[in-house]
Every structure is written in structure tokens, then in C-alpha cells.
Ligand binder design. Structure first.
Ligand SMILES: NC(=O)c1ccc[n+]([C@@H]2O[C@H](COP(=O)([O-])OP(=O)(O)OC[C@H]3O[C@@H](n4cnc5c(N)ncnc54)[C@H](O)[C@@H]3O)[C@@H](O)[C@H]2O)c1
Ligand SMILES: [Zn+2]
Length: 656
């Protein structure tokens, strides 16, 4: 009776974890704990001989989002059974030849091809039905849209994001993900494919569903997939009759820390496909393969305190700080807690004994709190602005603390990011992460503060990732921007609709002088007189200028900046072959950036344009030039290589 009760409880908990994991891509527990609950349930089922109908051991867990179209699989997509030790694997193989491969930790996908064309891509879903994700799979860079095989073909594989891409991308997202797997799953299941184009998703093929196409062995199948143009998962062959030691050696070859993609173990599959099929399947897994999961070693330490910070979206991030532990050679003392539910579950209090591990050997996590004193209070006000915090259910289905103050400095980060970005003020090294830290600590409150970082040098040097050298580099980058052009500065201000192009026009009109620009505003100048300026832009300038809160942000910067006037005063503006001409540049140039060539053309008194038309006088052609070159050739526009352009400048006595 007691057992049955516990089984029901386990099924319920696993169900909740499944929903968070598969539906919202936001796990509420560590894989380790999930697997433990699962094992406990399986053991009870064996012991009691009873299996409840809703048991996750009898079917594949998964969810189909209502927003995506459900598609039935041509064959059930099952999970893999697990072995816990090398001895278990050795026993499972029973002396048969096998293929060993990385168990990729992403989102399983099935791609269907007909007449050599990709026609559909589906997620695993609940194993019987998946979600149609053709739109996002199409834009993965390594998915072949056409293959040299006319017969219907179905290939299975994993949609993954590399650790590198994950680290670069996660910080820029409104709601960061706990793991690349969740980011991959969340990205593939987006409705709008354009949003995920830059996310570096890859498809790694590991299985061919159409019989008889790839040969009679797993090895031949993987080779066939590679010939079709797929990137296959990394694999090796384990010879027939391999000893336990030989199995161990083959496994040692796979070191997850050295692998670019997230992986949580290895997959062993019988090389002889007919033999594998003869072993059959359960409702949960196929017997032709088994998985080995790397054990996460746990380390005991003491929890010290909770660290809170307001993120760009107003969400309060919770991080546990604990005494140093060395895991796999690196010192670890912080673990991100993900959400309020996780925090509540752990019931942390200062001095508590906790066990920590690196999930997939990479991300530090708290596995459990052994003493659960619960003495650590949650903040009730924003650490950044002091507003009362509220609890919100995030789109991930979990609870988070939020600061709802629109004027909270955390939201300033966005403006700072814009101001410092490459195509605006271009202050190198002031990326989003750094700016977030600076804003959260109150070291920068307005753009002028960026020029006075020296005042906080000591504190900055204490933040992780900063040393004397990187601080000096940052200061150099800031110093370089004590001079800038008026157009750069205007574009950096973030006046709605008034961007880089408008900045250039204003720069020309006001001779590069801020004072002249400001005087014009005070004199109620009608900006619609300017080329390409509409009423909205005119109104936005006045609206922005009269916003006192905005002015507190930008005005202090004027004390630190000298405006360069080179562009309009340069003598070369008249005496050169490009003065007054409409010039387009295309492709990658060797000596100029995209902005650089525009600036150069302006300084020559030319009109830089972005598209080729009959009015274009010259097209400067760089590497990999595309349709613009074709169009120029059709219209008979003079094209110049970068070298010819430089030569013409030299002939006119002008420096490049
Ligand atoms: N943390 C949580 O709350 C939570 C919730 C649900 C599931 N989980 C995790 O997910 C696991 C269950 O997920 P699952 O059903 O995908 O099983 P699994 O993790 O055992 O993986 C099996 C799957 O791996 C894929 N795979 C990857 N590389 C492969 C390769 N080289 N060859 C063949 N197949 C390969 C296949 O699609 C296969 O179906 C649990 O053990 C748990 O760790 C965690
Ligand atoms: Zn706040």
C-alpha cells in the first residue's frame, strides 16, 4: 500500500518535471534527481509487480506545443534504456560488434525527404506524435535541403547548439536558458524562424529510418548519411568480443570536456541492424541500443549567501555563493538557481551543508541541501532601485521575482548597450555583460560616467573577469571615444527613428558641431527641410530633447566629448573624381569597414548610396560581391575594384 502511494507520488513529480522540461524548456530539477526518481519508480514496479497505467517507464515523455502543428511519426520514436557501469555495458553487448557514439544532449528531430527534397522536420514529442518544425530546421546551417537520393528517406538526429554559441548567446536573451539543450529546444520550436537564424543551431544525424537504403550495418548507415550531406554524430566501432577493459578504453576516448557540443553520455548500438531489430522494443525504449550516462560526482560544501541582481528585463536573478570546491580542476563557488521554485525547494540557509556538481561536467549546480535550515530570506525590494518586488509566472512556467519599476536602472543597460555598440560610439569591451555589471553596481548612471570609470577602478578590479590589463584596455577604448563625430553621437543617443543615416545628414547640415545642432533645436528649426527627414523624425527629436530624464542620461557625456569636424572641412571634398557623385560599395573591402567606406565617401564629397540604380556613378566592388554587381553590369554603371578606387584617390593626391 505504502509502495503504491509512493509510486503515485513519483509519477506525479516526474510528470511535473516532464512538463517543465519538455513543454517549457525550463527544467525544475537536475537530471540527476530526475533519473533518481525514475530509477526509484522502476525499482518499485519490479518489486511490487504492479505498473500503474500512467507510469513514465511505459511510454516516452514529451509534450506537443499547441502552437505548432502535430504530426504523427511513421515509426514510434522511443527513448534509450540506460546502463550504469562499464560492466553493465559489457554484459549488454554480449560479445557483439557495436557502434559507440556521443549521446548528444539537444532535441531529437526527424527529417523527411521526398524526391531528394527536405519536405518536413518533426520533433520527437511524445514518441507517437511530434511537432512540425520544418520552418526552423530549414535554416540550420548544416541541414541539406536537397540530397542525392530520390527514394523517400527519414533521418533522425539531434538539434544542438555548441557550448561556444550557448555562452555567447545566452546572455543576450531576455530569459536565459539553463543549458544549451533548453536553448536548442526553445529555438527550434519558435514560431518565427528569423528569430533563431543567428543561433548557430546544428543538426547531427545518428539514425536512418528507411530500411535497406544504408546497408545492413550501423556503420554503413552512418557513412551513407555522410554521403547524403549530413553531419553525423562522432562514432567509433567496438569490435566483437571486446573485453570489459577494451570497452573502458573505447569509452575513455570520449571526453565531454573536449567536445564542442553538449553531451550527457554515450550510446552503444549493435552494428548488425538485423540483430538489433530482432531484440524488439518496450513502450519506452528499443533494445537495439543502450545509453551510458556519465555520473556527476557530487562535492560537499557550505552554502554562504544568496546573491541577487536585477537583469535587463527586470527579472531578479538568484545565485548561491558557497565555499570553494575544486571540481575537475577548476574552483567553483557559485551556482545559478534558475528560479524561485528551485530556491524554495532547496530551503537554503547560511552554513547549510550542500552538495554540488557540474551538470554535464560543465555547469555548476546544487544537487541537494542536506541541512535545509531555510534561514536565507528572499529580498523584497529590488537591489538596484529599491522598488517592491513581485512574483510572476515566467513564460517558462516557473516563478520568478521581478522589479516592475520602468525606470529601474537595470533597464538602463539596454540604452548603454546601444550607446556603446559597434555601429554607434563603438566603445570596445563595453559589452552587455560588462555594462550590466557596471549599471547594477551603480558605477555608471549616465553616459558621462563611462568616461570616469577610474573612480571605481578598485571595485571594478574585484569583479570576476576583470584584471589590471583588461581594465587598462577598457580605459583605452573609452579614451579613443573622447573624440567622435556628431553623426556617431547622434546615432548613439537612440532617438527613435533617428539613426545612423539621419546622423550623417545632421552632421553635414550642422558642420559636425553639437552646439549648432542644439541651437537649431532651440530655434525651432524645421528638420523636415532636410533630405530624407519626415515629420515623425522631426517630432521625435523635439520630444527626446524635452525629456528631462533622457537629458540626465546624455548631457553629462558632452563634458567629455570633443566633436571632430573633419568630414565637412576636409579640403579633398571638392578636388577629386568622386565629389558630387553617387557611389555604392558592395562586398567585403580590405581597407574599409562598412561604415569606414561611407565616411570616406562623405569626406570626398560623394553621396554614398545603398542600392544600385541608373543614377549610380560608381560601384566599388569588394570580395563576394553579389546582386549589386550584376545589376551594375546590366545598367552599365562603372565598377571599380578597391585597388582602382585607391589608385584614383592616390592620383588625386588624397590619402586612402
Ligand atoms: N531535469 C528534468 O526535470 C528532466 C525532465 C525530463 C527528462 N530529463 C532528462 O531527460 C532524460 C530522458 O530523456 P530521453 O527520453 O530523451 O532519453 P535519454 O536522455 O536517455 O536519450 C535518449 C535519446 O537520445 C537521443 N540521442 C542522442 N544522441 C544519440 C545517438 N548518438 N544515437 C542515438 N540516439 C541519440 C535519441 O533521440 C534518444 O531518443 C532523463 O534521463 C533526464 O536526464 C530531465
Ligand atoms: Zn529595480
Amino acid at each position: 500500500m505504502q509502495n503504491l502511494e509512493r509510486m503515485r507520488e513519483l509519477i506525479q513529480t516526474i510528470k511535473e518535471a516532464d512538463e517543465a522540461y519538455y513543454k517549457y524548456d525550463a527544467p525544475i530539477m537536475a537530471d540527476l534527481d530526475y533519473d533518481r526518481l525514475y530509477d526509484e519508480l522502476a525499482a518499485l514496479e519490479r518489486e511490487t509487480g504492479t505498473i500503474l497505467s500512467s507510469s513514465p517507464t511505459q511510454r516516452v515523455s514529451g509534450e506537443v506545443l499547441e502552437s505548432l502543428t502535430a504530426v504523427r511519426h511513421s515509426r514510434p520514436m522511443l527513448s534509450a534504456d540506460k546502463c550504469k557501469s562499464v560492466a553493465d555495458i559489457h554484459k549488454y553487448l554480449g560479445g557483439h560488434e557495436a557502434v559507440l557514439s556521443w549521446k548528444l544532449d539537444g532535441l531529437t528531430l526527424v527529417l523527411r525527404y521526398e524526391n531528394g527534397k527536405l519536405v518536413q522536420a518533426i520533433t520527437r514529442g511524445d514518441g507517437l506524435q511530434g511537432e512540425d518544425v520544418t520552418h526552423t530546421v530549414r535554416i540550420m546551417k548544416n541541414v541539406p535541403l536537397v540530397i542525392p537520393c530520390k527514394e523517400p528517406l527519414e533521418v533522425r538526429g539531434e538539434g544542438v547548439i555548441s557550448w561556444k554559441e550557448f555562452h555567447a548567446l545566452n546572455g543576450t536573451l531576455d530569459e536565459p536558458y539553463a543549458h544549451p539543450r533548453n536553448l536548442a529546444a526553445g529555438s527550434v520550436r519558435k514560431l518565427n524562424a528569423e528569430e533563431v537564424r543567428e543561433r548557430g543551431l546544428s543538426f547531427m544525424a545518428f539514425d536512418l529510418i528507411s530500411d535497406n537504403l544504408g546497408g545492413s550495418t550501423k556503420w554503413e548507415t552512418l557513412r551513407f548519411l555522410a554521403q547524403m550531406g549530413f553531419t553525423t554524430v562522432g562514432y567509433s566501432i567496438l569490435a566483437a568480443g571486446a573485453s570489459e577493459e577494451a570497452v573502458r578504453q573505447a569509452m575513455d576516448f570520449y571526453q565531454p570536456k573536449e567536445y564542442a557540443y553538449p553531451t550527457d553520455g554515450l550510446i552503444f548500438e549493435f552494428n548488425d541492424l538485423a540483430y538489433g531489430r530482432s531484440l524488439g522494443a518496450t513502450g519506452h525504449h528499443e533494445n537495439r541500443m543502450t545509453a551510458f550516462k556519465w555520473p556527476d560526482t557530487r562535492y560537499e560544501t557550505k552554502f554562504r549567501r544568496l546573491e541577487v541582481a536585477t537583469t535587463r528585463t527586470g527579472m531578479i536573478s538568484l545565485t548561491a555563493a558557497f565555499d570553494d570546491v575544486v571540481i575537475d580542476g577548476t574552483t567553483v563557488n557559485h551556482a545559478y538557481l534558475h528560479n524561485l521554485d528551485n530556491f524554495t525547494r532547496l530551503a537554503l540557509g547560511p552554513g547549510d551543508t550542500i552538495s554540488v556538481y557540474k551538470a554535464n561536467m560543465i555547469i555548476p549546480q546544487i544537487a541537494e541541501n542536506k541541512t535545509k535550515s531555510g534561514g536565507c530570506p528572499l529580498p523584497d525590494v529590488c537591489p538596484c532601485c529599491g522598488s517592491t518586488l513581485v512574483v510572476r509566472q515566467s513564460s517558462g512556467g516557473t516563478r520568478q521575482l521581478y522589479c516592475e519599476n520602468e525606470a529601474c536602472p537595470a533597464r538602463l543597460v539596454r540604452k548603454f548597450v546601444h550607446f556603446c555598440s559597434k555601429t554607434r560610439m563603438e566603445i570596445k569591451g563595453l559589452d552587455e555583460q560588462t555594462l550590466t555589471t557596471f549599471v547594477q553596481h551603480g558605477w555608471v548612471k549616465n553616459y558621462g560616467d563611462l568616461y570616469e570609470l577610474e573612480r571605481h577602478k578598485e571595485e571594478i578590479l574585484k569583479t570576476p573577469g576583470f584584471g589590471e590589463k583588461s581594465f587598462a584596455r577598457l580605459q583605452n577604448a573609452v579614451d579613443e571615444r573622447r573624440t567622435c563625430t556628431l553623426n556617431q553621437f547622434i546615432a548613439a543617443l537612440g532617438i527613435p527613428e533617428v539613426g545612423r543615416h539621419a546622423g550623417r545628414i545632421l552632421n553635414r547640415k550642422f558642420g559636425g558641431s553639437w552646439d549648432a545642432f542644439e541651437r537649431a533645436i532651440l530655434d525651432q528649426f524645421d528638420f523636415t527641410q532636410l533630405e530624407d527627414f519626415g515629420q515623425v523624425m522631426n517630432d521625435n527629436i523635439y520630444c527626446w530633447y524635452s525629456d528631462e530624464e533622457e537629458a540626465k542620461l546624455w548631457r553629462p557625456a558632452l563634458n567629455h566629448i570633443t566633436f571632430l569636424k573633419e568630414e565637412t572641412t576636409m579640403p579633398e571634398a571638392q578636388n577629386n573624381p568622386f565629389a558630387g557623385k553617387t557611389v555604392v560599395a558592395t562586398g567585403k573591402l580590405e581597407n574599409y569597414t562598412r561604415d569606414g567606406i561611407q565616411m570616406k565617401l562623405l569626406s570626398l564629397g560623394a553621396r554614398p548610396a545603398s542600392s544600385v540604380s541608373k543614377k549610380t556613378d560608381y560601384l566599388i566592388v569588394g570580395e563576394n560581391a553579389g546582386s549589386k554587381l550584376t545589376k551594375a553590369q546590366t545598367l552599365g554603371v562603372t565598377t571599380l575594384t578597391e585597388q582602382q578606387f585607391l589608385q584614383m584617390l592616390a592620383d588625386a593626391g588624397i590619402e586612402a
